[in-house]
Design a protein around this ligand. Structure first.
Ligand SMILES: [Zn+2]
Length: 179
């Protein structure tokens, strides 16, 4: 005989514990309604990753090429630190973390001034984090945790390696032409 315990979401008794079938079905329905928003946030996260990668490579290549002075190294360090922060932001956005939504808006506003690509990314960051703000709430993350079968598979590491190499080629190409 399995023990009868209450469903943590509605309080009804349920055999064997866990969430009752009705609550699970409601969670699935809510999740399906919001998959579009999740996709938009994942896309934004990917764009932050790209921005972080491009910035990191540009900082390193640029720092190495320009100057071996103390100022050069400080600029290099600051550049890399900003890129690490952008990476962390991308990571948080993909995982629907509330702090990352706030961070994405701050970076989004700053990016608006980097016309034209930065402006586009800034607008995307502001639009997506306002339009889909409900998805970063704790209630929604609970629903996500209940419905892992609806998760999109993550991008495999080898694809990120290929993307990183392609992105690294951009500052490298500029430097070779300039040098
Ligand atoms: Zn329930």
């Amino acid at each position: 005989m399995s023990e009868r315990v209450t469903c943590p979401r509605c309080g009804d008794y349920v055999d064997g514990g866990g969430v009752c079938p009705e609550c699970l079905e409601r969670a699935r329905a809510t999740r399906r309604e919001n998959l579009q928003g999740e996709l938009a946030l994942r896309r934004l996260s990917g764009h932050f990753y790209l921005l972080g990668m491009l910035g990191a490579f540009a900082s390193v290549f640029g720092g190495l090429a320009v100057s071996a002075t103390r100022t050069g190294y400080v600029a290099l360090g600051v550049g890399v630190a900003v890129c690490v922060a952008v990476f962390a932001l991308g990571h948080g956005v993909a995982r629907l973390r509330p702090w990352s939504v706030v961070g994405a808006r701050v970076i989004g506003v700053l990016l608006l001034f980097a016309f034209p690509l930065g402006t586009l990314l800034g607008l995307e960051a502001l639009y997506v984090t306002v339009r889909y703000r409900e998805l970063s709430r704790a209630e929604y993350r609970e629903i996500v945790a209940l419905t892992p079968e609806l998760d999109e598979p993550p991008i495999p590491v080898w694809q990120w390696v290929v993307i990183a190499l392609l992105v690294a080629a951009i500052p490298a190409w500029f430097l070779l032409r300039a040098g």
